[in-house]
Design a binder for this molecule. Structure first.
Ligand code: GDP
Ligand code: FE
Ligand code: FE
Length: 195
């Protein structure tokens, strides 16, 4: 067992206090979807559910707190783009999950760290947590969820589904005239060679 029920309840209590209600419900949705995707791809269901539950644990921290957390992490630990504030909660979340919530499992921590911009060498576990976040039913549209699940059923489905999510994010960022992290473009380019 990756985590006792008691510890999971403590994590949920912490999230309930430190996230908005909407963000907490999105975390529960991501937890459940992560479990479903883990089952679909033969991965550890309990571990995936815990990673899904935790993935946005740093989402409601102030910008200054996020920057302070990241300034104390080893530089080669993760790819951080300080210019894109909305992406910082992912690497900071991995730190909070370990430091404040006592989660030691590297697979879980890595998947939290890369759930927003991804990385070129994502494992299948990283990919299902990334996808669960993008398609969980509480916050995301049903039609989009169905489209991604349809892609997941195809050959090389994980990469096809991730590529679709990047397409959606990049189009959304372009539409808003937002800056796009170099890492996002790098992962997009590498995915194109993987499909
Ligand atoms: P959420 O935390 O559940 O809302 O979802 P994510 O962690 O996937 O994304 C958080 C935010 O980061 C979203 O609004 C994305 O559009 C945004 N985001 C993702 N990649 C980039 C990027 O390369 N640049 C910028 N500026 N924002 C990004
Ligand atoms: Fe997030
Ligand atoms: Fe999320």
């Amino acid at each position: 067992m990756i985590c006792t029920n008691d510890k999971i309840e403590k994590i949920k209590d912490w999230l309930r206090i430190n996230l908005t209600e909407q963000r907490y419900l999105h975390s529960l949705g991501t937890m459940n979807t992560a479990g479903e995707l883990a089952e679909m791809f033969g991965l550890d269901i309990e571990k995936a559910k815990l990673a899904g539950l935790l993935h946005d644990c740093a989402k409601c921290l102030e910008k200054e707190t996020l920057l302070e957390i990241l300034s104390n992490l080893p530089e080669d630990d993760m790819t951080v783009d300080l210019n894109n504030i909305k992406t910082l909660h992912a690497p900071a979340g991995a730190f909070i999950a370990k430091d404040k919530l006592g989660v030691e499992d590297k697979e879980i921590l890595d998947s939290i760290a890369c759930h927003t911009v991804g990385k070129t060498d994502m494992t299948d576990f990283d990919k299902i947590i990334f996808l669960a976040d993008k398609i969980e039913p509480y916050k995301r549209e049903k039609k989009y969820r169905e489209k991604i699940i349809e892609l997941l059923k195809k050959e090389n489905g994980l990469n096809l589904a991730i590529l679709k999510c990047y397409e959606t994010t990049i189009k959304h960022l372009l539409k808003k005239n937002s800056s796009i992290s170099i890492q996002t473009i790098t992962v997009w380019n590498s995915l194109l060679t993987d499909i």
